[in-house]
Design a protein. Structure first.
Lengths: 121, 265
């Protein structure tokens, strides 16, 4: 199976979505959503997505709950958590739930590019 | 075992020694609480700044490469301006919270304060198809307060209420007077003013309710997460109290009580 070129970005803040778009859009095809339900719907309807960049702190359903739901429905999907909190508990919880990476804001463009390149399926 | 040893040691000391020891312990607890509060504040502040900082950093980093792209420039102006404003709002709110202006107490008509506060957000109320109810107790109700600070306190709650009803709902801002029984059994004296602000939004989960006046505690999409902490500070400076009742899926009600006669210092 060939490698996907499609990345799903899920963050409630437009500024962060646009920043990730700025970093990644020259290299990858992107789908942007501002909430967890939208992320799951995108994954259900688009089988060619190869990676999810998921915010941890979101207002309605938090990123860890969304991660859990994604892994239940799409166990093979790679998910990288993006967060403002550098907490060992959150990072270890994310790893336990199956996240492949954990990026702390403020991030560097090269850090994002490297993480996506490594984990895109 | 440990308990009995401590108890034995305590009994062996004289009352002055025990008092001194208790005082030292109280100071230690107060100091530790102060450090915890500072740690929470610093961590919240860092988190609130990280998002706009990330956005600004990325957009400025890509500016030299993309500055000739009109679509990028449009986004650059729109997004960096907004994120800078966010940091400015945060710094202003933090200053209001940490070192608030001393209140200037004057007689004010609370109903006028409420109406003027509503005027500030009338456009948002209309935009979200929110029905407004104003069950105000009578035409004019005077109390001694800092008008601008009181407006700020009410505005923070009303803005939250609007935000939790994006698809419409009912916002009720009401007043009533609590009366205290007078010397004569049949008479009663106006004692406190009660302001209730109620929304029909999604409500707040029980486990979050006790934290909502803490700085940087938020489940909201927007704002600096200091609004309710500032509101609580203002109400307390007016000698009042604020409490909140909420039911998930039904809505939230803030109840403010301010004494009508009080010598403010």
């Amino acid at each position: 199976m060939s490698q996907s070129n499609k990345v799903l970005i899920c963050d409630d803040e437009e500024g962060i979505r646009e920043s990730l778009k700025l970093i990644l859009s020259d290299h990858y095809e992107l789908i942007l959503t501002d909430n967890g339900e939208g992320a799951i719907a995108c994954l259900d309807n688009n089988k060619t997505i190869g990676l999810v960049l998921l915010d941890v702190k979101m207002p309605k359903v938090n990123g860890l709950d969304i991660l859990k739901a994604i892994k239940e429905k799409h166990p093979q999907m790679n998910v990288i958590m993006v967060t403002g909190y550098k907490l060992v508990e959150t990072a270890s919880e994310a790893a336990k739930l199956g996240a492949v990476g954990y990026i702390v804001k403020p991030f560097e463009a090269k850090e994002i590019l490297e993480a996506v390149r490594k984990n895109l399926k | 075992m440990t308990y009995s040893i401590l108890k034995y040691q305590t009994f062996k000391k004289n009352p002055e020694e025990i008092a001194l020891q208790n005082k030292a312990l109280r100071q230690e607890v107060a100091q530790s609480e102060k450090f915890n509060a500072m740690a929470t504040l610093a961590s919240g502040l860092a988190h609130e700044i990280k998002n706009p900082l990330t956005v600004l950093k990325t957009f400025f980093q890509y500016y030299p490469k993309k500055k000739d792209d009109p679509q990028f420039l449009k986004k650059f102006n729109q997004i960096t301006g907004r994120e800078l404003q966010r940091i400015e709002d945060l710094v202003r709110d933090l200053m209001d919270f940490a070192k608030p202006e001393p209140p200037v107490f004057k007689p004010v008509d609370i109903h006028q304060v409420i109406r003027e506060t509503i005027d500030l957000v009338q456009n948002d109320i209309d935009k979200h198809n929110i029905q407004l109810n104003l069950p105000l107790t009578c035409d004019r109700l005077s109390l001694t307060a800092d008008k601008n600070q009181l407006k700020q306190a009410l505005l923070n709650i009303i803005l939250n209420a609007i935000e939790v009803m994006p698809e419409g709902g009912t916002l009720t801002v009401g007043t009533s007077v609590e009366r205290k029984k007078g010397a004569n059994v049949n008479s009663s004296l106006p004692h406190s003013l009660l302001i209730t602000i109620k929304d029909t939004g999604q409500g707040i989960a029980k486990e979050n309710l006790k934290h909502i006046f803490e700085p940087f505690f938020t489940k909201k999409d927007r704002g600096t997460s200091l609004g309710l902490a500032i509101t609580q500070g203002i109400i307390e400076k007016h000698g009042g109290k604020i409490k909140v009742e909420s039911q998930v899926s039904c809505g939230t009600c803030f109840i403010i009580t301010i004494p009508l006669k009080r010598n403010y210092t």
